[in-house]
Design a protein around this ligand. Structure first.
Ligand SMILES: [Zn+2]
Ligand SMILES: [Zn+2]
Length: 173
């Protein structure tokens, strides 16, 4: 599976991006994936202090006609303007196979891990894999499909149930 990454309003460094993608590759290590980084885009400006509606990045991906399987990775703080109006780490649109992943108020290595987890989480939503309601582990940390994950307690990858569902989805696609 080929996954396009568009750095949109990206104010972190290129090496941050490389590390994040490296971690996401690790989380998706159970399937053949290939990340392809596209040219950075300015959508709402990287340096603004205000938070941005995550749905604006969906509109951006649609308007620019990115192909299915594209994730906007952003350094602006996101909120879900269409539903909860609250902070979100990312959002996913399964039909279009689009997603957005944003920073989690984290720094350094924690930021790399947190953003990579969000990438993996949103990509798994493309396979219509929903959140666990009970605690499910992937190794010694929680499955990446638990809601409200964080690098201290969530794994980069999914549990065996989510793995096999995503493999089914890829085989059917
Ligand atoms: Zn989710
Ligand atoms: Zn799981």
């Amino acid at each position: 599976m080929k996954i396009n990454i568009v750095p949109a309003d990206w104010r972190f460094s290129e090496s941050d991006l490389e590390r994040i993608i490296g971690c996401a590759n690790e989380g998706l290590g159970f399937v053949p994936v290939e990340f392809n980084v596209l040219a950075p885009r300015k959508v709402h400006g990287a340096s603004g202090m205000g938070r941005v509606d995550a749905n604006k990045y969906f509109e951006f991906l649609q308007d620019r006609r990115y192909r299915k399987g594209t994730v906007a990775i952003v350094s602006r703080t996101l909120y879900d303007g269409s539903r909860t109006k609250e902070f979100v780490q990312g959002l996913s649109w399964a039909d279009e196979r689009y997603a957005v992943a944003g920073p989690n108020h984290l720094y350094g290595v924690q930021r790399h891990l947190g953003l990579a987890q969000t990438l993996v989480h949103e990509i798994l939503h493309w396979g219509k894999i929903m959140h666990h309601r009970k605690r499910v582990y992937a190794g010694d940390k929680l499955c990446v499909m638990m809601p409200n994950g964080g690098p201290g307690y969530t794994s980069l990858g999914p549990c065996s149930r989510c793995q096999s569902r995503f493999v089914q989805y890829l085989n059917a696609a």
